[in-house]
Write a protein that binds this ligand. Structure first.
Ligand SMILES: [Zn+2]
Length: 397
């Protein structure tokens, strides 16, 4: 089983499709599908639907509605009653809105394609498609049913598509998330959970010249809290706190300001980090609230919970590395990431998943975003070989 001879011909041949896969990716990247660009999202979903229905004529294709937006997801299912099932997840929105100057692809060198969403994650969608096409030509494919779920709001927090992940988790026991691999080829072992909170401080206005002052300076009190909050990562390992912005006072600098507000981006590594972090943030407000004339309140919530790494992920990763070795490729490593993905939401819904199985990408969310062209085929080869082994029940997840 574990030698290059066990690689089915359709999987071995994937690199010969590189030109065609690159052209497909370029055409998809040229369709603007910023999360807020509804017409562009619709065009992109149409392009995906056309490509997937051409590739898999027997598949059931649906466009489930989302909560709070008219954008729709795309769901493609084949063999829903096969003994084993797997979910393949991706998103078709990007961070580049219709007015963004970055709209077209270029080739900085022979090995690289630069363009909006080429890595994050239209490149992942190309890898997903190519992997499934090769997998479908392998003898054991009938043992595996698969479901593709591609959503339009990942870059804005997946608020509308979150219920779709919870529902998909009831039909599956494992998922592959086609977010890009790191530039080194590493997959994502775990991801931090993200939250956003607003700290609002109220004091008392007074003339700046009045001595002794009856004023209560809300900016100073909030600054005290923020300085302490920024130090929390030192006492709570695995936690990040970023003071993202601050406002307060007015144009009249001869007034003691009675209002100040700041937004904090907080990140946690484990679900268990949440309670101590919230307890410490609240404790930091207490000395300020104990002072006469001040109030300091924190509002907000966690959006994506952390994606942790369990036994199913460990087993899938080992199988992934083995597939890479059997293809003569360098087996990838995997890393902890501070950024969230829909892998977080799937994990929270009880669906273990291997994340970052897309192509090698770099400079995401910038006008230098790029993908390693050869990795479209090489990552599709690993995914396809993994699927043959998953179908055969040879992966312990
Ligand atoms: Zn992404």
């Amino acid at each position: 089983m574990s030698n290059a001879l066990s690689v089915p011909a359709a999987i071995a041949a994937l690199p010969t499709r590189t030109g065609e896969l690159t052209a497909m990716l370029e055409s998809w990247a040229h369709i603007n599908s910023g999360s807020g660009h509804l017409a562009g999202l619709e065009r992109m979903r149409g392009a995906l639907r056309a490509e997937f229905s051409r590739a898999f004529p027997a598949a059931l294709i649906e466009e489930p509605a989302l909560e709070g937006t008219s954008a729709r997801a795309l769901r493609v299912r084949l063999r829903p009653s096969a003994p084993r099932q797997i979910l393949l997840n991706g998103h078709y929105d990007t961070v580049y809105e219709a007015a963004d100057p970055f709209q077209t692809c270029s080739r900085p060198d022979a090995h690289t394609l630069r363009g909006p969403g080429v890595a994050d994650m239209k490149g992942g969608l190309v890898v997903m498609l190519a992997a499934l096409q090769a997998f479908e030509q392998t003898p054991g494919a009938s043992a595996l049913g698969w479901e593709i779920l591609v959503t339009p709001d990942e870059e804005t927090g997946s608020h509308g598509s979150a219920p779709l992940f919870i529902e998909a988790a009831t039909r599956h026991s494992f998922a592959l998330v086609f977010e890009p691999a790191r530039p080194t080829g590493d997959l994502v072992r775990s991801r931090m959970g993200t939250g956003s909170f607003t700290a609002t401080c109220r004091g008392r206005a007074a003339h700046a010249a009045q001595v002794p002052s009856p004023g209560r300076n809300a900016i100073l009190a909030l600054a005290e809290f923020l300085l302490a909050a920024a130090k929390l990562p030192a006492e709570l390992p695995g936690v990040l706190v970023n003071i993202g912005n601050i406002r307060g006072g007015s144009a009249a600098t001869n007034v003691v300001p009675d209002f100040a507000q700041s937004e904090l981006d907080v990140r946690i590594t484990r679900i268990a980090d949440r309670a101590p972090l919230m307890a410490r943030l609240r404790a930091l407000t207490e000395p300020i609230n104990a002072r006469e004339g001040f109030s300091l309140e924190i509002a907000g919530s966690f959006n994506r919970p952390p994606k942790e790494c369990g036994p199913a992920e460990e087993a899938a990763f080992a199988a992934w590395q083995q597939a890479a070795r059997d293809l003569g490729q360098t087996p990838p490593g995997w890393v902890h990431s501070g950024g969230g993905s829909d892998g977080n939401l799937l994990f929270a819904a009880g669906l273990p998943n291997l994340d970052g199985v897309g192509p090698l990408g770099d400079a995401l969310h910038s006008d230098r975003e790029n993908v390693v062209i050869a990795s479209l085929a090489s990552r599709a080869q690993i995914a396809a070989l993994f699927l043959t082994r998953y179908a055969a029940g040879d992966v312990g997840c």
